[in-house]
Structure formats: C-alpha cells, structure tokens
Design a binder for this molecule. Structure first.
Ligand code: SIN
Ligand code: FE
Length: 290
C-alpha cells in the first residue's frame, strides 16, 4: 500500500527512475509516504497548535492562495496574516515536492485549497456523509471535478507525538464494481439546475454524479465499512504523504493537527489515464461521463 521515500527535503531532486516508479505506484492506488519529511513550524506559529485556534463550525481552516482568503477561523489581523503565511508556505513546499517528484505532471498540475485541520478526529460528530471516519473516495457536492484527479499532500504537524490513523480499503475498481450497479443516472436537467441555483460551482457531470454516489453509498453501508478488506496506516508526526483521494478508499480515524494541500490533475496528464476513476467508470458503464 505504501511507497516509501526517505527524503527530508521539500526541494530534493529525485532520480528519473524514482520519479517513474513513484508515479506508477501512486497511479495504481498506493500512498507515497515520506516518513521523515517534516513541515517545520516557526516558533511563533506553534500557537496555532493550541485550542485557541479551533475552526468555527467546520473541521478545517482553509486558505485560497489565489484570493489570499482564509476561511473557517476568527482571529486578529496579525494572527490571520501569520496563519496565511504558514499555510502559503505549506502550499509552496507541497508544490515544490510534487514538481520535483512528478515533473511530467507540471504543465497540467493545478493548485487548489490549502487546509489546516486542528480538530481531533476521534469523537468528532457529524452527519454520515461528512463523517470521514467511514471509508470513502473523495467527491464533493458543490465542487465538481469533471474527471480531474484529486491529489493531496498531507503533513502530520502534531506536537504531542500523536499519529494520524487511517484505514485504507479495497482498490477503486472493486469499489466501483460493487456500488455502480445500484447507481441511477441523474434526472434530466438536474446538473443545469444545480449550477443555476449556485449549489454547484460548475457543471456536475455524470462522472461527478457517480463519484458522489459512490462516496455516499460507501459511507452509508455499515456492513461494508466493517467487512471490506482494509488495512490500518499510522502516519507519525513529522511525516508527509501524497495520495490520490478520489481513487484510494480512505478513512481518517484519529489524529490532530495536519496540513493538507489539494492539487488537481487532468486525466490526460497521467502516465496511465486508464487507471483514473473516470476511465474505470466509463469502462464499467459503457459510456462517456464528461
Ligand atoms: C479525508 O480526506 O477523508 C480526511 C483525511 C485526514 O484529514 O486525515
Ligand atoms: Fe476524504
């Protein structure tokens, strides 16, 4: 499940063989883990790891580098600026790592949101659809991806020695084969209406519809959660991992204080587009989905 790389440097140069090997592993659904790649906070940033900086009503504090917008937290202008600077530095570090490890993705790679997750996962309550302690593939109701891949870089910045504990489930093909037969097509005009009402940020393609249905049905199925083949992974503090969360069935069970950077990658930029959820779902359903 893991492809481990022993680098401690966000700007490390990797050999061509390692680049190809890592991309192949990741595109096949493995997690690329850097057990010793730490995102180090400056002394004045350590205060953000205290309960004084708990997000309001959400589980994340999110940062959009394009608009310089910070969401999910109320703080003084100075503190907000410090938080933005820290999150922006994480975005740049994660971006540099991806460009060095996967230079062939560079022309197509798009940078998404940065998120800081200071809330302990275990014991957090939410509706089942928002409950990330249930195995799922990522798909979001308001943000259609239209086939683009979701690539995420996580860093455990926990200061108290606490691991981030995940479960990882069966391969995407198995998830799709299991749940797809029960998924109906969206009703005519639904995607247009959702967009008109601004309930989605862009057009919800049939691909997005299917991914959202997979996400919801996996989470809703209590037997599946318990009985599907799965393994536990414990990400230690000061480790970093890269994972395609639209492809890897995952559940975050416990842990506090992680930074996460989202990237998007068009399917055509992959080494092997056939492995993408889009192509897998198209093959299984026998039609184009975007
Ligand atoms: C998730 O993507 O489901 C949550 C991952 C995490 O916060 O560790
Ligand atoms: Fe997720």
């Amino acid at each position: 499940m893991l492809k481990e790389i022993n680098s401690r440097d966000w700007n490390q140069v990797f050999s061509n063989e390692l680049q190809i090997e890592s991309a192949r592993a990741m595109e096949n659904g493995r997690i690329v883990l850097f057990p010793q790649l730490a995102f180090v906070l400056f002394p004045h940033e350590n205060k953000f790891l205290s309960s004084d900086y708990t997000p309001i009503r959400t589980k994340n504090i999110s940062f959009n580098y394009l608009t310089n917008g910070l969401h999910g937290i109320r703080c003084s202008t100075k503190e907000c600026d410090e938080l933005k600077t820290m999150m922006c530095r994480f975005m740049q570090s994660a971006h540099s790592l991806l460009l060095k490890l996967f230079p062939f993705y560079a022309p197509a790679l798009q940078i998404g949101r940065t998120s800081f997750r200071p809330v302990e996962i275990a014991g957090r309550t939410s509706s089942y659809r928002k409950d990330d302690t249930r195995l799922h593939v990522d798909a979001f109701p308001a943000t259609p991806n239209q086939g683009r891949r979701i690539l995420r870089v996580f860093s455990n910045v926990n200061p108290n020695g606490q691991n981030r504990f995940w479960r990882v489930g069966e391969p995407f093909v198995n998830v799709a084969e299991r749940f797809l037969p029960d998924i109906r097509r969206p009703w005519m005009g639904k995607a247009t209406l959702l967009k008109m009402l601004k309930l989605t940020k862009s057009y919800r393609t049939e691909y997005d519809h299917m991914m959202l249905q997979l996400h919801n049905r996996m989470k809703a199925d209590v037997d599946y959660q318990k009985n599907v083949s799965q393994q536990e992974i414990h990400f230690t503090p000061n480790s970093t991992w890269i994972v395609q969360t639209d492809h890897v069935s995952h559940a975050a069970m416990a842990g506090q204080h992680v930074l996460e950077q989202t990237f998007y990658l068009p399917v055509h930029a992959m080494m092997n587009p056939e492995l993408s959820p889009l192509r897998v779902l198209e093959k299984l359903s026998g039609r184009m989905l975007v």
